[in-house]
Design a protein around this ligand. Structure first.
Ligand code: NAP
Length: 537
């Protein structure tokens, strides 16, 4: 039996014993860490560079790593996360069947356990503490809260049931508390249209098409696994790409995994979709990865056609029980068709496109042909990119969905077109002194976890270059910054139910123990109230 919530976890007698033992140990440690924070002498507090990192995903943790490595004992970092759980996208974004990718949490866990680092989960900036307060308590604040919203298609029918962003669907199957109660009912869905063909689209396609046994031993959320194992009616996934296979955003390794490990047959919705133009041929010649994507799709589609022929020769209409992946290249979504009962989704209307050279020799662009068709489906997933959200008091470039910055130093305003065209370096007066940004919030929603290493190196480098000036401006002589002691006191005074590292470890161990009992990596708790109850806050 799968355990799906903290209440179930607490109801299990064996687990409760584990939980109590771990909890006692952890609480002793927490008491020690809090008293040492409170006991820090004012001079000790004022000698140090106090940094607050908002967001505990890969970008935040890599920044902490860089700061500790380069500033030694002279830095203290407090990490805040709005959820009681750490690790951001590693917990709620990385696919459950990519457990190797998640091993990075061992490195992040070691960092969080370092005496120079404090973690406070379940603290939302803007609700529990104001950004301005964090800035007054620390020499520097690093914004690392990622991208928790989505680009919009901007087509009729997009809003309403039966349409989710890929982020929401990924959060749902990964047990993110905000997506726990999304109305996903795969028993009513035979065909899914996924808009976009990046790696997130492939993650969603694998979750929908692969046998549930692939996810059984993983940390996929219990509620998702139960649907996939017992109740999913999904037989077909359309991958809808506005450009061709040569321009696909996904990478060959991930595409091969979907095509060869998940028991799917592949097809294209029209025979000419794998044709190669002269421009495509040039792109494929120049970039091995593009050539490889085209080869993989071509081979899978040819194999799929052979299987269909064999099945037809044997009297059937297709390989029995096999799920189908349909590539719909050169198709731009123009409307979500709501022809089902009560406005339920019945299809995705698409316009055939033609790919043309981009303006000024830029990337090839898709241009509409005026020819339309409808892909029958009951669920549409928009996998066209994540988007960051603005934070009050911080400049935000809403077109690009990023905080404007110069090598991680936050700018006071979005540079105007003239300054951008002139590539004029920002003056000190343009910088929002002491405020930094890293990760998807800094560069947009692209790149793998490792990309954040380089990104964090740059932001931490900027911060450390500024550190002498920040310390001088807000050092002991200027009243200092209280850092951890001040932050802990503020959270306590507001009765914020903050989850410190030791308390998260209680939840962590309870999840792992519950998973182990079921032969799984972990059984995630998916409700914040249950998390807090297990953590004992
Ligand atoms: P992505 O790679 O940027 O792909 C976005 C897709 O959406 C593209 O196919 C794009 O098509 C399409 N698109 C964008 N706007 C559109 C519109 N208005 N209408 C129709 N299609 C539109 O984004 P992602 O898949 O969300 O991935 C984000 C990052 O995470 C990527 O860097 C990815 O590699 C990484 N990631 C990596 C892994 C892994 O390594 N296993 C797993 C997940 C994610 P065009 O190309 O035509 O614009």
């Amino acid at each position: 039996m799968l355990l799906s919530s903290g209440r179930h976890l607490l109801a299990s007698a064996g687990l409760l014993a584990t939980f109590e033992g771990v909890r006692l140990q952890a609480l002793t440690g927490i008491a020690r860490s809090l008293s040492s924070a409170a006991a820090a002498s004012p001079s000790e507090a004022s000698d140090k560079l106090h940094v607050c990192v908002v967001g505990s995903g890969p970008a935040g943790f890599y920044t902490v790593d860089r700061l500790l490595k380069r500033y030694g004992d002279k830095v203290h970092v407090s990490i805040l996360d709005r959820l009681p759980t750490p690790f951001g996208l590693v917990r709620s974004g990385v696919a459950p069947d990519h457990q190797d990718t998640k091993n990075v949490i061992n490195q992040f866990g070691a960092l969080a356990g370092d005496p120079r680092v404090s973690f406070f989960g379940n603290v939302l900036v803007g609700r529990d503490v104001a950004l301005q307060e964090l800035r007054q308590l620390h020499h520097a604040v690093v914004l690392a809260y990622g991208a928790e919203s989505d680009r919009r298609l901007g087509v009729p029918g997009e809003e309403g049931p039966g349409v989710l962003s890929a982020r929401e669907f990924v959060w749902w199957y990964n047990g993110h508390p905000d997506a726990r109660h999304l109305p996903v009912d795969l028993s009513q869905v035979e065909s899914v249209a996924i808009c976009g063909i990046g790696n997130v689209a492939l993650d969603c396609a694998r979750a929908l098409l692969a046998p549930a046994a692939r996810f059984q031993p993983t940390d996929m959320a219990g509620h998702a696994l139960r649907q996939l194992a017992g109740g999913s009616a999904v037989r077909r996934v359309h991958l809808v790409a506005r450009r061709g296979p040569v321009q696909a955003a996904c990478t060959p390794k991930e595409l091969k995994e979907l095509l060869t490990e998940c028991g799917v047959t592949a097809a294209t919705s029209a025979p000419d979709q794998l044709d190669v133009s002269a421009a495509d041929a040039a792109e494929m010649k120049a970039t091995r990865l593009k050539r490889r994507v085209h080869e993989l799709v071509s081979k899978a589609v040819a194999d799929g056609a052979k299987q269909q022929q064999q099945a037809a020769a044997g009297g059937g209409s297709g390989p029995c029980g096999v799920r189908e992946l349909v590539f719909d290249f050169y198709r731009n979504p123009v409307e979500v068709v709501r022809g089902g009962p009560g406005g339920a989704v019945s299809g995705l209307k698409v316009e055939r496109t033609v790919v043309q050279p981009g303006p000024g020799g830029g990337a090839p662009v898709a241009v509409g042909s005026g020819e339309f068709s409808v892909l029958p489906c009951q669920l549409v997933l928009k996998s066209i990119g994540y988007k960051s959200l603005p934070l009050e008091g911080v400049a935000f470039d809403s077109r690009r969905g990023v905080v404007p910055n110069l090598e991680g130093r936050v700018l006071k305003a979005v540079p105007d077109a003239k300054a951008l065209a002139a590539a004029a370096p920002a003056a000190a007066a343009d910088l929002d002194s002491g405020l930094y940004v890293v990760g998807w919030l800094k560069r947009g929603p692209t790149g793998i976890i490792g990309t954040n290493l380089v990104d964090a190196e740059e932001t931490a480098g900027s911060l450390l270059a500024d550190a002498p000036a920040l310390l001088q401006a807000h050092g002991a002589a200027a009243g200092g910054r209280q850092g951890l002691a001040g932050l802990a006191a503020l959270l306590q005074s507001r009765r914020v139910r903050a989850v410190e590292w030791g308390r998260w470890r209680v939840l962590d161990e309870a999840e792992v123990a519950a998973g182990r009992a079921e032969g799984r990596v972990r059984e995630k708790v998916t409700e914040v109230a249950d998390m807090l109850s297990i953590c004992g806050v």
